[in-house]
Write a protein of this length. Structure first.
Lengths: 79, 150, 150, 79
């Protein structure tokens, strides 16, 4: 399984802080597995993606295997 | 002396600053900034969420850059996460250096970056409801003072 | 809350900062700079002379300008006079404000002016002999950051 | 009498932190009453003069009466 972690307001949209999806998982597969409002939100270029704690320069290149953790990160809040 | 921490409980800045200053003998000056949760109209609480694999490593990377950019003897950078009440300290950055300019500028640099580029998500409770805090344009302006991209 | 003082005895900055912070409820941030006498090669002691009718009024005038220039809730400005040993605190400036930029800039402003435009004469003891410390060009450069004449 | 206060290295040159001179006292009279090395030093434009705690814009305009205090102030030390 792959763990998907939602941060900030994406956790509200997801209705949960995290969920598990079957491995392997790419960007298209991830979006397909999410409710459409959430899939649309994570596509917003301001929302970043990290795989096992490393930020991805290109979300579309996501390739997660069993035991990996994907984090979906909205922009950080203002000071 | 380098002390970078995320704290999950209320802290008293003075209990950190005294030992930090003592741990850097020979310093010329130490500059400290402490931020507190403001008593903004109707705000009952502030919650900070972090993402373990990014937030603390990000603070360490920021400390590395501060040490690279300024002539520092020591740097203390402590940030709260969890639920905070108005009046509680949320962040404390302290820099010790031979010369005051390095100490003051390092604190200014770390605060600008912590506020706008560190991995914290904040929401505040008003009238019993939680509201997410959005990014601010001012934070981008603050970062541009250091001639760096976000 | 405004607290401007010349101190003739050793002081512990933490004993000033805690009460100062408490005296400004609702602050967003407090920035503090503490300068200490450096352990410079061979320096046994530093003596600061002041001139009563000018020095403290000059610090109050500087505080007035800081309050005029920055949006401050409180300002603490404490300076030692007399004979100091290396490692002793010599100056402590602390500014409380709603926003961090005002607090940090006010401390920076007060330090630049205290260091170069306040009425203190300093001499240091090396090898048992006292030597007067001359004005520094760097201090003029520091003041010019604020677009003001000395 | 008028009190003359010497600050910083002017006190070393004077050999004392202060001295008393007869009132009234103007700038020429003050210099004439001081040892020549000290008189020359206080003439240096970097050295300021205060009368009863107020800096004088023009030293030559000094006019001190009985009970007044004149302070001779070298530039302050660097930070």
């Amino acid at each position: 399984m792959v763990t998907i972690v939602f941060l900030g307001k994406l956790a509200d949209l997801a209705g949960a802080p995290s969920l598990q999806l079957a491995a392997p998982l790419g960007w298209a597969g991830l979006k397909a597995a999410l409710p459409s409002a959430l899939a649309e939100a994570v596509d917003d270029p301001r929302n970043r993606v990290a795989l096992n704690g490393a930020l991805l320069a290109d979300k579309a290149g996501l390739q997660a295997g069993a035991g990996d953790e994907i984090a979906l990160l909205p922009p950080v809040s203002g000071g | 002396m380098r002390d970078i921490r995320l704290l999950h409980q209320m802290f008293i800045p003075g209990t950190l600053i005294g030992p930090f200053t003592q741990a850097n003998p020979g310093l010329g000056g130490v500059c400290t900034f402490v931020g507190e949760v403001r008593y903004d109209q109707g705000v009952e609480a502030l919650e900070l969420t972090h993402y373990e694999p990014l937030t603390l490593p990000g603070m360490h990377a920021l400390a590395d850059r501060a040490f690279g950019r300024f002539d520092l003897m020591g740097l203390l950078m402590v940030h709260r996460v969890g639920v905070l009440r108005p009046g509680e300290p949320i962040v404390c950055v302290s820099a010790a250096a031979l010369h005051r300019r390095d100490a003051i500028d390092a604190v200014d640099f770390c605060m600008d970056h912590l506020k706008s580029a560190a991995w914290f998500w904040k929401r505040e409770k008003r009238g019993g409801q939680w509201h997410w805090i959005e990014p601010r344009d001012q934070d981008h302006a603050d970062l541009s003072r250091w001639h760096e991209p976000i």
